[in-house]
Structure formats: structure tokens, C-alpha cells
Design a protein around this ligand. Structure first.
Ligand code: ADP
Ligand code: MG
Length: 459
């Protein structure tokens, strides 16, 4: 059904754009979802995603409307062609899926230089993920240091270690690095890496088909690594089973390593006792690396492919891709594959050509009014409320965030900031900005809120 709809959209688009444009951007796209939340279109890579968001979105909306579909919005998701990823996102199979995105845009490229296919070991470890290949910056140094401590002395310090943060920021890489390091130092250590989805489905199978050996498999290990713990949310029976597994391992001083997209307290429907277990050891978040670290990552990855990228190109990519490292890597692979196929150098003009006019469509500047409006909207408040004298907590925090953003994005003076929000005294602005600066370091929720408003400002 979706397929027919998308075909008719494609049919119309094909008539209105050049053949090259059509094959470059519309090949390997698909309409994968259409419900209250909007229409979702899967595209093969980040370049396509940006092009769609910036260039084709309105046109697609128009054609959809002609076909009787008027979605609230269109979401673009990146999916490598062929296999759609589901369980075990991080296994080798899917890793190579990621790198194949380069080929999906560029079908005639038969380059394999940028694909690293490493065999998985029995414990689910991929030898590609090591501490050596992990670039450290201020966004991840705590996680890195703690992971190294765990690898040096499994089961002794930080048990469990719980790493959390958004997608593509290096959680799996670090956890796998711990596993690989332990096996390297102490061959024979039983390390098991799984996604929580695997745990869930094996647990359900063990009940449904009365399969034996489930609990033993997870209890007879020295190090248990469970990735993407959030998928256990809402599954009470599985959580109970995991609770017992956890206790068994913990009591025997076996190391437990967990990752999730959120801190334990923010995973909805996690049973209280499991939550308190997760909070027993050390939880650390990983954030998006800053500009310098992104540059360092790009250089390191390019040199792994034997290519030295110019500083300009590195900075161009690091400036334009701020979502996560997976997309950063994807963009780099794409650039290298494209340059190789064309026999040209992967320099800034090639990169610009690929990223298209994305850069120019970004707002060059934002106004103080936009900041206040977007902040108010994010918290579902009216601008007048944010600027009013009201001291209710649900208004005070958004107001402080607005002040913080005026300072961080526009470098406004404190008196001006106070003025902008209807405050007479500029020390209020100073305190507010300081308060949010601190909260960003300490409080995951505030950090998320600020990041999400900032993203909307530059969308
Ligand atoms: P997550 O599990 O948090 O979604 P991954 O660990 O899968 O993210 O990381 C996505 C990609 O980015 C992987 O290829 C990984 O090797 C790479 N990566 C992430 N962080 C770093 C880093 N600090 N240095 C080098 N590569 C990184
Ligand atoms: Mg992961």
C-alpha cells in the first residue's frame, strides 16, 4: 500500500527533476510509514537525508496531498538498502550495512576499501572496536577512563558500569573495547556481548518452547555486556529474569556492563529494583563530541583508509555533521568512495558537491525573538508567560534556559538579556545563565532540553 503511494510520488518527481538528480537522490528510497505521527521515508544515507529535508520536502508534501495524504510532517530515516536492521543492531552484519550506504548512492562503485568486515567472536565481540581506535575528547573522556578501569580490573571497580547517551555516540564501541581488552589480557575469560533485545527474545523463546539452558547461558560468564538496555522497558517478566541474572553475577564478582539511551531513572517502566541495581555502580553519559574531537575522529578514520584529508575538508564535514559519529563516519565513507569512483581528490569542493547546498540553507543568523519563541514553544508556554513576572517553577526554568541561549548563541550582554525577558535587574540574567551552565553539566534532562531547542533553532 505504502509502496504504491510512493511509486506515484516518484513518478511525478521524475518528471520534474533531471535524470541525474532523480537517480542520485530517489533511488533506494521508500515510504515506510504513514500514520498520525506523519509520513516516514527511508533514505540511504545522510546526504540524501539532508537533500530531502532541504530541497525536496515541500515538493513531496505537495504531491502527497494530491494523492490524498496530508501528513503532519515527513520524517526521514536513514536505512541501508537491502536488509533492514532490527535485532542486534551492532553486529558485524549491520556494521557492514552501515558502510554499504556508500555503495547504495553510488551503485557503480565497487570499492571495498572502506568496509571493514571483521568476524565476530563467539562472545559477540567485534575485534574492530578497541580502545586504541577510540578518540577521546571532553564529551567522552569520563566514559573512556572508567571503561579502561573496568577492563583492567573486571568485577572489582564500577560494577555495573552503565553508559548512556544518544545513538551513534560510541557506547557500543566502548563496551566492546572493554570486552576485547579483557580477552586480550586474560585469554579464557568468558565474555558475552548481547543486545537487550536478544536477551528478551531468547527469554521469551525459553518460555514458549520450554527451552533449557537460558539462565545458565547468562550466568556462566565472567563478563556480561548488555547493549541498548532500553528495549527491556515494559517487559516485566524479562526484567525479573534479568534481575536474577544480575544478582547472580554481581554476587560472584562478575563484571556487568550496560548501555542505554537514557540514565536508569529515565527509562520508563523499569522496575524499581532493577533501576536501583543499575544505579549501584557507576553511570556515565556520553555526549556528542565537540568540533575538535569530531575533526580528530575524521582524521583518524580517513588515515585508516590510507587517506590524508585536508584540514579544510575535515572542518567542513565536522561543521556540517553534528548529529552523531555514525553519521559523521557515513559521510566520510561516502566522500571517500565517491572521490575514488570519480578519480578525484576528496577535497572540500567534492564534499560541498555531495552535501549540496545544505550549508547555505541553514539560517545565517538567528534573532533573540526566535530564541524566546522557540524556547517557549518547546515548553508549551506562551511568550508572554516566559516574559512575565511569574515565579512558578514551570516558567522559571524555561525563562532561565532562554536567557542561557541568548548568551550562548548570540553572546548578548546581561543587561540586554534581562531586558529581552522583561527583567529589570541584570544580575538575574547572570544567575540564570550560570545556573543553566551548571545544570547542563549535572542534569541530563536540562542538557537534552537545551540541545533540542538549539536543534530547532538551526533546523
Ligand atoms: P552507539 O552504540 O552509541 O549508538 P557506536 O558505538 O555504534 O554508537 O558508534 C557509532 C560509530 O562511531 C562506530 O563506528 C564507532 O566506532 C564510531 N565512534 C563512536 N565514537 C567514537 C570515538 N570517540 N572515536 C572513534 N570512533 C567512534
Ligand atoms: Mg550501540
Amino acid at each position: 500500500m505504502h509502496h504504491a503511494l510512493w511509486q506515484s510520488v516518484l513518478g511525478e518527481i521524475e518528471l520534474s527533476v533531471s535524470h541525474a538528480t532523480f537517480t542520485t537522490w530517489f533511488k533506494n528510497t521508500e515510504l515506510v510509514n504513514n500514520d498520525e505521527s506523519g509520513v516516514t521515508i527511508s533514505v540511504p544515507n545522510i546526504f540524501a537525508k539532508k537533500q530531502f529535508e532541504v530541497k525536496f520536502n515541500d515538493q513531496i508534501l505537495e504531491i502527497l496531498a494530491k494523492n490524498g495524504v496530508s501528513p503532519k510532517r515527513i520524517n526521514y530515516t536513514i536505512t541501508a538498502t537491502g536488509k533492514r536492521t532490527h535485532i542486534n543492531r551492532e553486529t558485524t552484519v549491520n556494521r557492514s550495512d552501515q558502510t554499504q550506504t556508500a555503495e547504495s548512492l553510488l551503485p557503480s562503485s565497487n570499492s571495498t576499501a572502506y568496509q571493514t568486515k571483521s568476524p565476530l567472536t563467539a562472545g559477540g565481540l567485534n575485534p574492530r572496536y578497541t580502545f586504541d581506535s577510540f578518540i577521546v575528547g571532553s564529551s567522552n573522556d569520563l566514559a573512556y577512563t572508567a571503561s579502561q578501569a573496568v577492563a583492567a580490573n573486571p568485577g572489582v571497580k564500577y560494577n555495573p558500569i552503565y553508559l548512556y547517551g544518544g545513538v551513534g555516540l560510541g557506547k557500543t564501541h566502548l563496551m566492546q573495547a572493554i570486552g576485547n581488552e579483557i580477552v586480550k589480557n586474560q585469554p579464557g575469560t568468558r565474555v558475552l556481548y548481547i543486545s537487550s533485545e536478544t536477551f528478551v527474545s531468547e527469554f521469551l523463546d525459553s518460555i514458549r518452547f520450554k527451552k533449557k539452558g537460558f539462565s545458565e547461558k547468562y550466568r556462566n560468564v565472567d563478563v556480561l555486556i548488555v547493549d541498548d538496555m532500553q528495549f527491556i522497558a515494559g517487559k516485566e517478566k524479562t526484567q525479573e529474569e534479568f534481575f536474577h541474572t544480575f544478582n547472580h553475577l554481581h554476587q560472584n564478582n562478575k563484571q556487568i556492563i550496560i548501555s542505554s539511551d537514557k540514565p536508569p531513572k529515565s527509562i520508563p517502566t523499569l522496575t524499581e529494583r532493577l533501576r536501583s541495581r543499575f544505579e549501584m555502580g557507576m553511570s556515565i553519559d556520553i555526549q556528542m563530541p565537540d568540533f575538535e574531537t569530531r575533526c580528530a575522529i575524521l582524521k583518524a578514520k580517513a588515515s585508516l583508509s590510507g587517506i590524508e584529508l585536508g584540514q579544510e575538508t575535515v572542518e567542513y564535514l565536522a561543521n556540517n555533521i553534528k548529529t552523531n559519529i555514525r553519521e559523521l563516519e557515513g559521510a566520510l565513507n561516502q566522500l571517500l568512495a565517491y572521490a575514488e569512483m570519480r578519480g578525484i581528490s576528496p577535497d572540500i569542493s567534492t564534499a560541498e558537491g555531495l552535501l549540496g547546498n545544505v550549508r547555505h540553507s541553514r539560517p545565517q543568523y538567528i534573532t533573540s525573538k526566535q530564541i524566546v519563541e522557540k524556547t517557549a514553544k518547546h515548553f508549551q508556554l506562551k511568550v508572554e508567560e516566559v516574559c512575565s513576572p511569574k515565579r512558578d517553577k514551570h516558567i522559571v526554568v524555561p525563562r532561565q534556559i532562554a536567557m542561557y541561549l541568548l548568551r550562548s548563541e548570540l553572546h548578548m550582554s546581561f543587561p540586554k538579556i534581562a531586558d529581552e525577558l522583561g527583567r529589570k535587574d541584570h544580575t538575574t540574567a547572570i544567575h540564570s545563565v550560570e545556573k543553566i551552565e551548571k545544570a547542563i553539566k549535572l542534569d541530563y534532562l536540562v542538557r537534552e532540553q537545551v540541545a533540542s531547542i538549539r536543534e530547532k533553532l538551526y533546523a
